[in-house]
Each structure stands twice: as structure tokens, then as C-alpha cells.
Unconditional design. Structure first.
Length: 462
């Protein structure tokens, strides 16, 4: 109960600051929440994300937690369903195709509006709300992933991939703080030189993940949206220009060899290897915590990190670290938490598979569960803020929802979604999910979703 109360109270502080900044047209004062305190500008790596623009200000890519928008209302009545329905109906649906919606009172879960809420539809990247929540449940928010170098004999070392989705080739200073192969090479070289070793044979172990590295449901056209899923990769398996690399493992190994060379260690050859159980660790580096990874996944719709985290969810659940194992693990967690509806089908962790099927009821309940749980809090704090951050930075520019809607976006050809939290004129906090299947035109579907949530924001519903 103490954690729940803190979740509702602490974040009430930022609403006036954020709203005022948005109204004035300047970057919001995002540090008031105390959740993201990086003082530098945020940098987005090209190629990772669904539709994220380049940041436009020093703090433009840092999220304000949606829990900051309001303290709980004191009224005992939930928002009037008829008033919410009237607001939803005020927005034209012309050309939208199949649409499902769920709006819930965040405090007690009362359904204030639903439309086809139990119809299982393709969620696109809204799937990430469910897959990241499952990861937090199984792994815990504080878990990190280790990339290490071990040795089993003189002059022989093995680089062991630990499935760190944010491992970089060189050390970076932007948020979040990432582990790098440069750091690992420095530590490895220090350990080797203590034994007088400056020349080594390098093996590389990628056995943590199993199965195919490319999902059978993904088209070749997805190559710019997601990389092959492996346990050893750097910089999102992208070049500095944002283009995908053909072989993520080879790219990482090459980067490590170069980093060792800069530390005075010569690698005479490289080859696949499996680290033995008794191998001695020479050096290691650790990823950001799962909670931070989840925030980044949701803020930027990071497909690569979502798929990597799904593999870890599978491993921690006793499943193979494959696409099949990840889907089974996520499904089991959702069933355990009471979030799995009839007709649901989980195929991947990113939402890129068009065979995924979930309901807006599942998505809305998952967001509400995250509002009321410290363990799931990163799902909430990672949601983009309308008109300000992440994949919502360029949306809601003229809508009432700007600065009042926190939501995960979703887009595939013909598929659109928006799932998150909003605050009405009365200060009522609602969780919601909306999915549209069958409308290929983003210029129609996305403005409609923005307009519907903005209409509910203006509701005097209590």
C-alpha cells in the first residue's frame, strides 16, 4: 500500500510544470519527477525505432511519468460512462476500419467505455506493453545482463554474449549509461597483462539464445526496423548511418578485436566457441537494469531491445531462449496475472508479427496494473508524452491531449494503436487502449486516435 500511495502522490508534482511549459511552447521541465535526471541531450540511434523523430531540445526525449499528472480525485463517483461515450462519438470514424477501444477508471478499474473490447486484433507495437510487463514480472526491475570474457587456458579467451540490448562498441555519455566493448577490452587487457599475456586467440560464445534469429512472420522489409536477434551485438546491429549490419555477431567481434588492439592486445584468430563451465572470468560489463531497458523500449518503440528482452523472459521462465519460447513465456505470465483474454495469440515481443492478436481490454488492464505496482512501474514511466517525447513527440501538436496523454504507439501497414493513460478536465485518470485494423493510411488513423483521446481529455466526466 505504501508503494501504491507513493506512486499516486509523488508524481502529482509535475503536472503544473509540464502543462505550463507545453502551453508556452518551450521544452517541459522534466526533472521535477526525479525519475529521469540526465542533464544532457538525449540521442536517438537511427534505425531502432518505429517512427521517432530526432530530438528538438535538450530534454525533448526524456519522459515525464504519467503518474505525475494528478493526485487521485477525491470524488467517490467514477467518470460518467455516458459523458465519455459522447466525447468518443464526437470524433469522425470515416474510413477507420475495424476499431476496438477500452477506457477504464485508473483508480478502481471500472469500465467507463468499451467498444469491441474483447475482439482480438493485431496490436503492432502496442504488444510491447504486454511483453515488457511480462519481463518485469519474471526478471524483476533491477536485473542486469552481463557480457564477459573468460579464459580456459594460456593465451585463449572467449567473449561471451549476455544478451545486452544496449551494448555499444565505444563508451558513450548519453542516457541511459550503457556497457561498452571498449570498457570490456580495457578490463580484459588489464587482467591479461598481469600474467604477461599480450597475444591471444579469441573465441566468441553466442549460445545464450537459441533457434532462428529472424522470425518467420517478419518480412524482408523489416530489416530496417529490427536486427537479427542474437546474444552478442553492439550498437543495435546498426552502422553509424543507421543501416543494419548483415552479421551482428561478426560486427561485435570485429569491434572487440579493435578495442583490444587499442589496449595493446593482439588477436591472432577468432572462431565460434562455447565457454566451459569452469572457465575463469577475466572481465565483465553489465547492462542497464531491466526497468531502464523497459523505459527505453516503450519510449522509442525499440524493436531490437524488445525481442532481446523477450528472450530473457523465456530463459527466466524455463523456456528456450527462442521466438517460440519467448511467446510461450509471455503468454504464461499474462495468464498468471489475469491479463490473457480469449482469442489472444502472442507471436513475438516487439509486435512486428501481424499474427499477434490481443484485445484492448488486455492492454488497458496491463497499464492499470502497472500504475498500481512498483514492480511494473517502468511500463508507466516509459510511456511517451503527447507532443513532447519519444514516438509521440510530433503528434498532438494542436490537440488538447498534448501534455495530458501518455501512450505507447503502434503502427504496421493497415494497423494502428495507442495504449496508455490520460487525464480529463476534472482530473480523473483513465487508462485506455485503442486498436484499428484495416486502415493503411496513417494520415487518417493516427489523427483519429489522437482526436479521440483529446476529446476525452476535455471531458467534465465526474
Amino acid at each position: 500500500m505504501a508503494g501504491r500511495s507513493r506512486r499516486w502522490i509523488v508524481l502529482g508534482v509535475a503536472v503544473a510544470v509540464v502543462t505550463t511549459a507545453v502551453m508556452l511552447g518551450g521544452p517541459p521541465a522534466l526533472y521535477a519527477t526525479g525519475l529521469w535526471i540526465d542533464g544532457g541531450s538525449a540521442t536517438v540511434t537511427p534505425g531502432f525505432f518505429e517512427d521517432v523523430p530526432e530530438p528538438t531540445g535538450d530534454a525533448a526525449d526524456l519522459p515525464v511519468s504519467p503518474e505525475a499528472v494528478a493526485t487521485p480525485r477525491t470524488a467517490t463517483a467514477v467518470p460518467a460512462a455516458s459523458a465519455v461515450a459522447s466525447r468518443v462519438a464526437s470524433v469522425s470514424r470515416t474510413g477507420l476500419g475495424t476499431t476496438a477501444m477500452t477506457f477504464l477508471d485508473a483508480a478502481d478499474g471500472t469500465v467507463v467505455y468499451d467498444e469491441n473490447a474483447q475482439q482480438a486484433l493485431t496490436p503492432a507495437s502496442n504488444m510491447k506493453v504486454l511483453s515488457t510487463l511480462a519481463a518485469l514480472e519474471v526478471l524483476g526491475p533491477g536485473t542486469t545482463f552481463t557480457t564477459e570474457v573468460v579464459t580456459s587456458g594460456a593465451g585463449q579467451i572467449v567473449l561471451v554474449g549476455g544478451g545486452d540490448p544496449y551494448l555499444t562498441a565505444t563508451t558513450r555519455s548519453d542516457y541511459p549509461e550503457r556497457a561498452s566493448l571498449e570498457q570490456l577490452a580495457q578490463r580484459t587487457a588489464t587482467a591479461l597483462k598481469k600474467t604477461g599475456t599480450t597475444t591471444v586467440v579469441l573465441g566468441y560464445d553466442t549460445s545464450l539464445f537459441s533457434g532462428p534469429d529472424w522470425h518467420p512472420d517478419w518480412t524482408d522489409g523489416y530489416s530496417s526496423e529490427v536486427a537479427r536477434v542474437v546474444s552478442l551485438a553492439v550498437d543495435g546491429s546498426r552502422t553509424s548511418e543507421g543501416m543494419p549490419v548483415a552479421d551482428p555477431v561478426a560486427n561485435a567481434v570485429t569491434a572487440f578485436v579493435s578495442a583490444l588492439a587499442r589496449q595493446g592486445i593482439t588477436v591472432t584468430s577468432t572462431a565460434p566457441a562455447t565457454a566451459s563451465a569452469g572457465a575463469t572470468q577475466l572481465a565483465s560489463v553489465s547492462s542497464p537494469a531491466v526497468s531502464v531497458i523497459v523505459e527505453q523500449i516503450l519510449l522509442h518503440s525499440d524493436n531490437d531491445a524488445a525481442e532481446t528482452l523477450a528472450r530473457h523472459t523465456a530463459l527466466a521462465s524455463g523456456q528456450p531462449a527462442s521466438f517460440t519460447g519467448a511467446a510461450a513465456a509471455i503468454t504464461a505470465v499474462l495468464a498468471k496475472l489475469g491479463l490473457l483474454d480469449s482469442g489472444a495469440l502472442i507471436r513475438d515481443g516487439s509486435g512486428l508479427s501481424k499474427s499477434n492478436r490481443v484485445t484492448t481490454g488486455m492492454l488497458a488492464r496491463a497499464v492499470r496494473a502497472s500504475l498500481h505496482s512498483d514492480a511494473f512501474g517502468a511500463v508507466v514511466s516509459g510511456l511517451p508524452l503527447a507532443g513532447v517525447s519519444g514516438t509521440l513527440q510530433t503528434r498532438y501538436s494542436t490537440n488538447a491531449g498534448r501534455g495530458q496523454v501518455w501512450a505507447k504507439t503502434g503502427f504496421l501497414s493497415g494497423i494502428h494503436g495507442l495504449t496508455g493513460i490520460l487525464v480529463t478536465l476534472d482530473g480523473d485518470v483513465l487508462v485506455f487502449s485503442m486498436l484499428v485494423n484495416g486502415q493503411a493510411d496513417r494520415g487518417i488513423a493516427q489523427p483519429a486516435l489522437d482526436a479521440i483521446t483529446s476529446a476525452v481529455v476535455t471531458c467534465g466526466c465526474s
